[in-house]
Design a protein around this ligand. Structure first.
Ligand code: PHE
Length: 445
């Protein structure tokens, strides 16, 4: 697999290697932790429908655009803009991506730390609430730090073959375990109400906010809008099929998110819990399912172990973007870069780690009335990714020109000519217009 050093830029060992790594980046807490709580907060079925449209009409074109500019330039996001429009302001968009990645990593690692902690908690049959777990400062911080160090160790060595090989075995196991949990969840008494909530669109609950959340979730889940797929695309060989790669990653990612919904909502309604619980949702519902299964402790602990690994393949990609920037553009050593970024992430993550019950005012911020972690997630995991995707779409479609992009994609996928007019319209007009509209809506409100 690749290392991020431009003087010695690697390439993916195989196309499967790329798909695994890119799907590894896409599939993570975004699918299993974030997707259910955002669906819950936004009224269920109608959100689901809008989300799927966002994946198809916004996510796919932007995914393809990122992979294309990455493979073409063979650079990190800042370098990619710089190589196409040297000494222009466009590289700021690349910078924005690097910063957004660091900010996402700061709170993502806090949650990933919880999943790590829940392995032991579930195995030990500890029935304490999420609240009492997350409000233990020593525990929260040691898990948070452990997760960052794990990420650093992997990225520091260049991404190891080991991770590629591991995900080949572990991701199918995660998939299988989720199937079992879905069966348990939908066969619980009262599960039907959950299925109705999840699948039956209630358009009376749709507002501009619903669209904004669905769009943000689509970008977040597909790892778009901050240059992650630019970086991963930069390690692809010239004859790779970008269309097939992009579609495969998006399809896997969406399948896992849909499955997470089937796992969570039936059990949630069966237990009479509130779908609007926010970021704590999954940590409150999943233990309920495990406690109603034979061997639930072991099933639960295995699930959280696999989820931690899925989160790790995502944090690796978040750290890799910033690392590739420092290594390629600043000439820093890989080791110095990763530890430097890790230190920033650690400092930035402190308020998020404190916001889940340790410091009361961080739990309920003045004005916005959400906790700090949820606030960071809204700003960086939603808005900033959308802003990044907006500028990327404008850059590719209007500055670099859609035709250049289409020619690049056709290398390795001659059949792209059949869908290129759709791609062109989506990237030139639809994506910029819709994203801009939603951002303006947000500012007005
Ligand atoms: N897509 C990852 C997930 O769903 C999170 C992520 C976002 C990773 C942006 C990289 C870039 O968990």
């Amino acid at each position: 697999m690749a290392t991020g050093n431009s003087s010695n830029r690697g390439q993916w060992g195989s196309n499967t290697g790329f798909i695994l790594a890119a799907a590894g980046s896409a599939i993570g807490l975004g699918n299993i932790w974030r997707f259910p709580y955002v669906v819950g907060e936004n009224g269920g079925g109608a959100f689901l429908l809008i989300y799927l449209l966002c994946i198809l009409l916004l996510g796919l074109p932007v995914m393809l655009a990122e992979l294309t500019i990455g493979r073409y330039s063979r650079k990190n996001p800042v370098g990619a803009f710089e190589s196409i429009r040297p000494r222009s302001r466009w590289k700021i968009v690349g910078f924005l991506g690097v910063i957004t990645g660091i900010c996402i990593l700061s709170y993502y690692s806090v949650v990933a730390g919880y999943t790590l902690g829940y392995i032991g908690k579930t195995l030990a049959g500890n029935k304490d609430s999420y609240q009492s777990f997350s409000s233990n400062p020593l525990l929260a911080f040691s898990l948070f730090i452990t997760f960052i160090v794990l990420t650093v160790l992997v990225v520091q060595g260049g991404i190891k073959n080991g991770i590629e090989r591991c995900s080949k075995i572990l991701m199918p196991i995660l998939f299988f375990l989720m199937l079992i949990l879905i069966i348990r969840s939908i066969t619980l008494d009262g599960a039907g109400k959950g299925l109705v909530f999840y699948l039956k669109p209630d358009f009376s609950k749709v507002t501009g906010h619903t669209f904004l959340a669905a769009m943000g979730q689509a970008f977040f889940s597909l790892s778009l809008g901050m240059g992650c797929m630019i970086t991963y695309g930069s390690y692809l060989p010239k004859d790779s099929n970008l269309l097939l790669n992009g579609v495969s990653v998006a399809a896997f990612d969406t399948l896992i998110a849909l499955m997470a919904g089937f796992m969570i909502f039936p059990a949630l309604f069966a237990a009479g819990m509130d779908p609007k619980a926010g970021p704590s949702l999954v940590f409150e519902v999943l233990p309920k399912i495990f406690s109603l299964m034979p061997g639930g402790n072991i099933v639960g602990a295995s699930f959280f172990l696999l989820l931690s690994i899925a989160a790790l393949t995502s944090t690796i990609s978040l750290l890799e973007v910033a690392t590739a920037y420092f290594v390629d553009e600043r000439g820093w050593l890989r080791k110095k870069s990763v530890w430097f970024i890790a230190l920033i992430v650690l400092l930035l993550g402190i308020p998020s780690a404190l916001s889940q019950g340790i410091v009361p005012w961080l739990n309920n911020l003045p004005l916005v009335h959400i906790d700090f972690l949820g606030f960071m997630d809204w700003i960086f995991g939603n808005i900033m990714l959308a802003v990044g995707a907006l500028f990327l779409a404008i850059f590719i479609a209007w500055i670099w020109k859609t035709n250049t992009a289409i020619n690049e994609i056709k290398k390795g996928c001659p059949k792209f000519k059949y869908v290129s007019p759709i791609f062109s319209i989506l990237l030139k007009f639809f994506c910029p217009a819709i994203i801009l509209l939603l951002i303006v809506f947000l500012i007005i409100n």
